[in-house]
Ligand binder design. Structure first.
Ligand SMILES: [Fe+2]
Length: 246
C-alpha cells in the first residue's frame, strides 16, 4: 500500500514529536502493509519562507531516512492554501518525483480566490489534491461547490479515520458513491490520538462500496506515487436532505 498523507517526520509540525515516535509510526505502517510513504509535514506559506521550511524538513528527514528497512520514504508537504502560492516555486513542495501536490484548505471558511489560485497551480503543471475535504463546513453545506472543483481537475483525499468513525459518515458515504474522492490516506500524526489507520480504513471502504472500489483507490495511490494519471470516474451531484446526503 501507499500512504500519500502523513506527519511522520519528527519535530517539524503537530505530528511525530520525536525520532522514537517516528520509528514507531513507520513500524506500524509496515505492519499494516504500507511500503511507500509520502512525508507531508504542514507548510504554512503565510508564516514561513519556503527555504526555511525545506531546510527544517531536510534536517528532520536525515534523522529517520534509514531508520526502518522495507519502507520507502519520499519528501512532500501538506501545503496550506495561500495567495502566496502563485508566487512560490512548488516543485520542492509537491510529491517528490511527481506533479501531485497536497493543498490544505481552511475547514471553516472558503479561501479567498480559491478557484483562481487552484487554476494557477494547475496551469503550472501540478495536480492539486485536497486532503480531508469532509472537514470543510462549506463543502458539506454546498457539495456542488466541491463538484465544480473536481470537474476542473482537482482531486480529493479522504482521511481513513473519518471513513472509520461517524463524524462525517453521511457526507463521506455519499461523496464516495458520487465519485468525489479518488484517494484514501492515513494523515497519521502520532501513535496515540491520530495513529495510522490505513489498513482498517481500506477495509471500511471495501465494506461500504465493494472490493473493486478499494482496488481502484489503492491503485490510484500507487499511480500518484509513480506520477501517473489516476482513474477518475465522472463525479455526479450529491443531494442534501436536511443533514443527510444522498
Ligand atoms: Fe495532514
Amino acid at each position: 500500500m501507499v500512504d500519500v498523507h502523513t506527519h511522520i517526520l519528527p519535530g517539524i509540525d503537530d505530528g511525530s514529536s520525536s525520532v522514537e515516535e517516528s520509528i514507531a509510526l513507520l513500524n506500524e505502517q509496515k505492519k499494516q502493509g504500507v511500503q511507500r510513504i509520502m512525508l507531508t509535514p504542514h507548510f504554512y506559506p503565510d508564516r514561513e519562507k519556503p527555504e526555511k521550511f525545506l531546510a527544517r524538513r531536510q534536517r528532520a528527514y536525515e534523522k529517520i531516512k534509514n531508520a526502518v528497512d522495507g519502507v520507502q520514504l519520499r519528501l512532500a508537504a501538506e501545503v496550506r492554501f495561500s495567495q502566496l502560492l502563485t508566487k512560490i516555486d512548488l516543485e520542492p513542495l509537491a510529491f517528490e518525483g511527481s506533479d501531485y501536490i497536497l493543498i490544505e484548505l481552511s475547514s471553516r471558511r472558503i479561501p479567498y480566490r480559491l478557484d483562481e489560485v487552484l487554476f494557477d497551480i494547475q496551469s503550472r503543471g501540478y495536480v492539486p489534491i485536497l486532503p480531508h475535504v469532509e472537514r470543510c463546513v462549506y463543502f458539506r453545506k454546498d457539495p456542488q461547490m466541491l463538484l465544480q472543483l473536481i470537474e476542473n481537475g482537482v482531486l480529493c483525499q479522504a482521511n481513513a479515520e473519518y471513513v472509520l468513525d461517524n463524524t462525517y459518515k453521511s457526507f463521506i458515504k455519499a461523496a464516495l458513491k458520487h465519485n468525489f474522492y479518488q484517494l484514501l490516506a492515513s494523515d497519521a500524526h502520532n501513535m496515540t490520538v491520530r495513529p495510522p489507520y490505513l489498513q482498517s480504513g481500506y477495509a471500511a471502504l471495501e465494506k461500504m462500496l465493494g472490493k473493486e472500489k478499494r482496488e481502484i483507490f489503492q491503485k490510484n495511490a500507487l499511480s500518484v506515487w509513480n506520477n501517473e494519471e489516476i482513474d477518475r470516474p465522472q463525479p455526479t451531484p450529491i443531494k442534501k436532505f436536511f443533514n443527510k446526503y444522498i
